[in-house]
Design a protein around this ligand. Structure first.
Ligand code: OAD
Length: 238
């Protein structure tokens, strides 16, 4: 993206994926051949897997939540925090990640379309509650007291959060940026085409060309910890 174009940009939508958290030490999904932390995705990221073996799934997400305490946001998260504070136009930061590294990197208005590790969803009253503890012992829902909590994570076959808001922002943005995502999972993988159809400029920042790389006007390849701070400095003109 040319400097002049960066200066004219008023509305940006950013989509992030597991690649932005890789340098913080969180495994990406597709790097280990379909396994996620030694588990099959079908076992730990589908409603069917949960119905089959709830203890396995609750224990798995308890471990992922606990592991968050041992990782730190990296320069890419901090750069997006800076962008949120300093960009004078409109910015929507959408993440597929369930970690809290964007927030800890200073971004306060993050849309977690695939849910959050630090949130619980009650299967009885359907309320979402901030959650920091384990779920394996079936603690009561803070709202209705039923012992029916599950991780507030969107599994395969479930509807991601706030799609209407995301599509409305994509329809209006003049720049769509995808960071650290393989472009393998819809609907997020289709955002670039949606933004392009509405006339937005499109930019990919990823370690390597993603599956949807050819849909982007511009692709930059390398680690997010370097590419993202450089791009943010460009947008902010510093
Ligand atoms: P993936 O694991 O599919 O893709 C991660 C992408 O990040 C790959 O294209 C890597 O090349 C890239 N990458 C790795 N290290 C990087 C680095 N240091 N800097 C920049 N890029 C890097 O993860 P997602 O695209 O996020 O969904 O996966 C999408 C969804 O699939 C997830 O949200 C999850 C998963 O199944 C659900 O759980 C519903």
């Amino acid at each position: 993206m040319a400097q002049g174009q960066a200066n004219m940009t008023q509305k940006i939508v950013i989509l992030t994926g597991a690649g932005i958290s890789a340098e913080s030490g969180i495994d990406t999904f597709r790097s280990a051949g379909g396994l996620w932390e030694q588990h099959r995705v079908e076992d730990v990221a589908t409603p069917e897997g949960f119905a089959r073996d709830p203890d396995l799934v609750l224990g798995f997400y308890d471990a992922r939540r606990e592991a968050l305490a041992k990782v730190e946001p990296n320069p890419a998260h901090h750069a997006l925090g800076r962008l949120e504070r300093e960009f004078p136009g409109e910015l929507l930061l959408v993440t597929q990640n369930v970690d809290d590294l964007h927030e800890r990197g200073g971004a306060e208005k993050v849309l977690h379309m695939h849910g959050e590790l630090k949130s619980a969803l009650c299967m009885a009253c359907e309320m979402r509650s901030p959650w920091d503890a384990a779920m394996i012992e079936r603690p009561p829902c803070p709202v209705c007291q039923a012992p029916t909590l599950r991780p507030d994570v969107v599994w395969f076959g479930e509807m991601p959060y706030q799609m209407e808001r995301i599509y409305a922002a994509l329809a209006e943005c003049d720049l769509f940026v995808s960071i650290g995502t393989s472009g393998a999972v819809y609907p997020a993988a289709g955002f670039v085409q949606e933004a392009r159809a509405q006339g937005a400029a499109t930019l990919e920042l990823n370690l390597e060309p993603s599956e949807g790389s050819h849909y982007f006007e511009e692709s930059r390849h390398g680690p997010a910890g370097q590419l993202v701070p450089d791009w943010v400095a460009e947008v902010l003109g510093s």
